[in-house]
Design a protein around this ligand. Structure first.
Ligand code: MN
Length: 286
């Protein structure tokens, strides 16, 4: 199934997508949570009834007529791995890391799949990173890679938007990765059962229609399951937590000359089977 969140007259509601329509979960089955996070946490209970109701449902809202929000509007955690595709490591002038390189994007950076990305007042080096996002479905700790499938709710397209000047002015990348609006993802979460192999998906990043990044998730250095094993050694993962799984080569900073994002640019991230997100760059509001 495809789980989205949308603005329903000022209220964020979890909805299920069928074709070109979206149906509020709570309209499909009485009592189903309106919070995507709550719905993910209780998915074992609601999944069957929702699936059955969705098949027969009539009178959905046209997808084109609703404002899609971040599928999990306020994730508890946004974890992200760096240097995780060989071509991106090479273009960054780095060596393949022996250990997984992790950083956080703050939960306040979460953004909708078609909402604007801020060109920050404080940065002159705005960049994009096409990434597959894994969404955690179950509270878990110390998950072995072989069992990681069991804790993944689903997958989405994401853009690990980055202020390169802030990323590189200190050894810690967190600030450069955490500006408001800089973690757009969606357009919905495709549940893991619909993705035969998350490590065999074409991924592309485009700016104003020009393909800048084109790769496949089979080229991840550390695959998604190994990522979950590593971070769950450290912390409890919770339903709705996001993992940005790394970006392939072709980011703006590595172009010759560098091509940083500017106001008006349209950034599109598309992943085979997961749809696409499109975010326009606009100057940060006064
Ligand atoms: Mn990244």
């Amino acid at each position: 199934m495809k789980l989205a969140s949308f603005d329903d007259a000022g209220t964020a509601r979890a909805g299920l997508v069928r074709g070109d329509e979206i149906f509020a979960a709570s309209a499909l089955v009485a009592g189903a949570p309106d919070s995507a996070q709550d719905l993910i946490a209780a998915w074992d209970r609601w999944r069957g009834p929702l699936e059955a109701a969705l098949k027969a449902a009539k009178g959905g809202k046209a997808l084109g007529a609703v404002h899609l929000l971040a599928p999990v509007p306020r994730p508890g955690k946004i974890l992200a791995i760096g240097l995780n595709y060989a071509d991106h490591i090479a273009e960054s002038g780095q060596k393949t890391p022996e250990h997984q390189v992790w950083f956080c994007k703050q939960p306040t950076s979460a953004n909708g799949p078609f909402d604007p990305i801020d060109l920050p007042k404080a940065s002159t080096m705005l960049d994009y990173e096409a990434e597959m996002v894994a969404v955690i479905g179950k509270e878990c700790r110390h998950v072995r890679a072989a069992d990681a499938k069991n804790v993944i709710f689903g997958y989405a397209c994401g853009n690990d938007v980055t202020a390169r000047d802030w990323q590189f002015k200190t050894p810690q990348w967190m600030l450069g990765k955490s500006f408001d609006t800089h973690a757009p993802f969606g357009p919905w979460i495709t549940t893991a059962d619909e993705i035969a192999d998350p490590h065999a998906l074409g991924i592309r990043g485009l700016v104003n229609g020009e393909t800048r990044q084109a790769s496949n998730t089979r080229h991840l250095v550390f695959d998604v399951f190994a990522q979950i094993e590593e971070v769950s050694k450290v912390m409890t993962l919770e339903p709705g937590d996001l993992i940005f799984t790394g970006t392939p080569g072709g980011v703006g900073i590595a172009m010759k000359p560098p091509a940083m994002l500017k106001a008006g640019d349209l950034v599109r991230i598309e992943i085979e089977g997961l749809g696409a997100i499109e975010n326009k760059v606009r100057p940060e509001a006064a």
